[in-house]
Design a protein around this ligand. Structure first.
Ligand code: HEM
Length: 426
């Protein structure tokens, strides 16, 4: 482990960011905003300052859909190592073997040619054909989880997280029974995606990554012994030259990206249905309406709020000269409300014709590999949930996730009201 920050350095960093946020700095504003504060008014303030807003923290911020899209598709912009992104190095070694970080070391954070090589290995599992073949099993997972719910339950912990965890676990070849531990690891990882801000967070992150490495090493060994029809078996049998680091990081990326995002699509969808009661009946009755509903949730309240790119060379962007390495924060959630593209952008309208122009899944070479899968999961989960519980209602305050990058609920207590159990299984 190197370059660990001391408690004093963490304190100084937090104080600096909060100070800049108070002064209206856009980058610090995003980083310092409290979990329960609605971030969208702040994004609008940034938009009002222009398309490319300079932060005193040595970055540019943009909420323009056009600029975000062009940066994401421009290979002169690169993804950085976690070191640059989080200002803390987290390389760990155990028994002489590198402890692989499923985010930092994965192809999400790599550039071509490594990115291209690794993404290609798992792409076949996410083609439209492959997804079509999985739809029946996803439907069954949704129904099985609905069957387990009582009159009062927590949407996030008992449904929205359970469905995507089961889906991605099946796809990877993880045996049943790991739901709770994955949810705990996922939270620890997601919390640190926008930086590590305290020693406690760092300790949790390290413990999580070590536990994950032990777990996945065992699974890899098991699948080498008895391969099945799943991603881990495919990687160990068809790509024997793959390094341990690439294998552990690729499977870890799929695991955590596979559920830590989709859980929020589902919970944000439930919240949007509560805020817009007129959408509940069509959502519960029509799978086609559910498609538009999910697209509009992705646009209006996306699970991934921003991403960052770094110019790999000095270049011009929207009239600004960017030196090599200057971070550009692409506020996807703000781009999705760009009034130049979306009419009445703050309105939730599941029948909006151009909702799919959102950037919730990014664009360019890092476009989300799981976009199709999470659309199916979100549509089935929300359609079936409201079909089963047409009177679903909030039953207590919503607790938000701490992360600024990942937006969604941590707890969302509901009561079912009158149910339609007999109608739900078809
Ligand atoms: C609503 C659900 C989801 C959202 C909002 C989402 C969002 C994103 C975004 C914004 C990126 C790109 C980040 C960037 O450009 O810096 C991304 C990449 C990625 N996502 Fe998703 N994702 C979702 C679901 C999934 C699922 C279900 C899986 C896997 C089963 C998945 C796997 C990945 C992978 C592997 C990448 C890296 C792609 C690359 O670097 O080439 N995601 N996702």
């Amino acid at each position: 482990m190197s370059q660990l920050k001391t408690a004093a350095q963490f304190f100084a960093l937090r104080t600096l960011v909060r100070g800049y946020a108070l002064l209206g700095d856009p980058y610090a504003g995003v980083m310092a905003s409290p979990p329960n504060r609605d971030p969208y008014p702040m994004y609008e303030k940034v938009r009002a300052k222009g398309d490319m807003v300079r932060s005193r923290m040595g970055a540019y911020v943009t909420g323009s859909r056009e600029i975000c899209d062009s940066v994401l598709r421009d290979n002169r912009f690169v993804t950085a190592t976690f070191d640059e992104a989080s200002m803390v190095s987290i390389t760990l070694v155990q028994n002489g073997e590198k402890i692989v970080n499923p985010v930092q070391d994965s192809f999400l954070m790599k550039n071509p040619p490594d990115h291209t090589r690794l993404r290609k290995l798992v792409q076949p599992f996410f083609t439209p054909r492959a997804l079509k073949d999985r739809t029946t099993s996803i439907q069954k997972i949704v129904t099985d989880h609905l069957d387990r719910l009582g009159d009062r339950f927590d949407v996030v912990t008992e449904f929205a997280s359970q469905v995507p965890i089961q889906v991605i676990a099946d796809l990877l070849g993880v045996p049943d029974g790991h739901q709770d531990v994955f949810a705990r690891w996922g939270s620890a990882l997601a919390e640190t995606l926008d930086g590590v801000w305290s020693h406690q967070q760092l300790k949790n992150l390290h413990a999580t990554i070590i536990e994950y490495n032990d777990f996945i090493d065992d699974l890899i060994a098991e699948r080498r012994r008895s391969p099945q029809d799943d991603i881990v078996s495919h990687l160990v049998t068809q790509h024997e030259d793959l390094s341990r680091e690439d294998l552990v990081a690729t499977t870890g990326l799929l695991l955590f990206a596979g559920f830590e995002t989709t859980v929020n699509l589902i919970s944000n969808g439930v919240l949007k249905a509560f805020e817009n009661p007129h959408t509940v009946a069509p959502l519960s009755q029509s799978p086609e309406y559910a498609e538009g509903f999910v697209e509009e949730v992705l646009r209006l309240d996306p699970p991934v709020q921003y991403t960052i790119r770094w110019p790999g060379e000095r270049l011009e962007l929207a009239g600004v000269s960017l030196p090599k390495g200057m971070p550009v924060m692409l506020m996807l959630a703000a781009a999705n409300r760009d009034p130049k593209v979306f009419r009445d952008p703050a309105k939730f309208d599941p029948t909006r014709s151009n909702a799919r122009e959102h950037l919730a899944f990014s664009a360019g070479i890092h476009y989300c590999i799981g976009a199709g899968l999470s659309r199916i999961e979100g549509q089935l989960a929300l359609h079936e949930l409201f079909k089963r519980f047409p009177n679903l209602a909030a039953d207590g305050p919503v607790t938000r996730r701490k992360s600024k990058l990942i937006r969604g609920a941590l707890r969302l207590p509901v009561r079912a009201g009158e149910t339609k159990r007999s109608l739900a299984v078809n």
